[in-house]
Design a protein around this ligand. Structure first.
Ligand code: SAM
Length: 263
């Protein structure tokens, strides 16, 4: 039996390799027998791509749907796996940030998707206020549903649109903590995020992708990236509280989470 790359999200098994139909079906049947909760099998036919970080899927077996509910640390999230981004592999990163949040924080969740970061925080911190911004209308609809599903309507506020337009208009000099979970916009979003920190002080959770050469330490790489953005120009200096590799996207290409503290 050929081993294929796959992930399971809610009740949906996504096979992430396109091979002949017989192999796909054998693999799908074996997984459905092993995990009785799987009710749909789909094949991923494109990379996760574009500004909205979406992928193309093709139905293979079981119920013909790309929508499911995913459960994580006591929260539930509706998602359509073709219409919006979602990744269970960020689960640890979400909980790590949940545990860093302090009392009464005002938090800005750029690039919110269907809402997992902001909602996870709000579920554990009833005194916080989270603003979640998302450009993809489908993801935004799921974000709104998920806020209700997790009973956070009094503290998670959804905003539909481009974070680069909404943030300077509504959040300049306002918030205590910012989440930037979109590596491809990391350099562009950081100066804007800094501008929304209350009196320039607070925490930014910055995500990057970087090629790691064995001779450099990750800290060197992150520091030179910060130099390139020229924080001096906007007269801000950050201390790096933590750096962790979320996962390897390819050999040597790391998806990195950096906690920046502006004092
Ligand atoms: C990598 S996904 C992360 C989603 C979510 N934070 C999560 O972890 O599931 C990035 C999200 O940012 C959204 N996005 C991309 N550019 C944006 C922009 N300029 N303003 C607001 N949202 C944007 C995409 O539609 C996508 O849902």
């Amino acid at each position: 039996m050929k081993d294929l790359a796959f992930e399971i999200i809610g009740k949906i098994l996504i096979i992430r390799e396109v091979v002949d139909k017989k192999t796909l079906k054998e693999f799908a049947k074996e997984k459905m027998n092993k995990h009785s909760y799987i009710n749909t099998v789909v094949v991923q036919t494109s990379k996760i791509q574009g500004q909205e970080r979406r992928r193309n899927l093709k139905h293979l077996m079981g119920e013909n749907t790309f929508a499911t509910i995913y459960k994580e640390h006591g929260n539930s999230f509706y998602v359509d796996l073709e219409k919006a981004f979602f990744s269970p592999r960020l689960s640890y990163e979400r909980q790590r940030i949940v545990n860093l949040v302090k009392k009464n924080e005002k938090i800005l969740n750029f690039f919110a998707g269907v809402g997992p970061f902001g909602i996870s925080i709000a579920s554990k911190h009833s005194d916080c206020e989270v603003h979640s911004i998302e450009i993809n209308e489908f993801a935004y609809q799921y974000l709104c549903k998920n806020i209700e599903l997790n009973k956070c309507q009094d503290r998670v506020f959804p905003h539909l649109g481009d974070a680069f337009e909404i943030v300077p208009k509504k959040f300049s000099n306002q918030v205590d903590r910012i989440l930037l979970p979109l590596p491809m916009e990391a350099d562009k979003a950081l100066p804007l995020a800094i501008d929304s920190l209350k009196q320039g002080k607070g925490f930014i959770h910055w995500q990057l992708t970087e090629k790691i050469h064995s001779e450099d330490t990750i800290k060197d790489i992150v520091e030179s990236r910060l130099d390139r953005i020229s924080l001096e120009k906007i007269s801000r200096k950050a201390s790096i509280n933590s750096i962790r590799i979320i996962r390897w996207l390819a050999p040597r290409i790391a998806h990195i989470a950096i906690d920046l503290h502006f004092l």
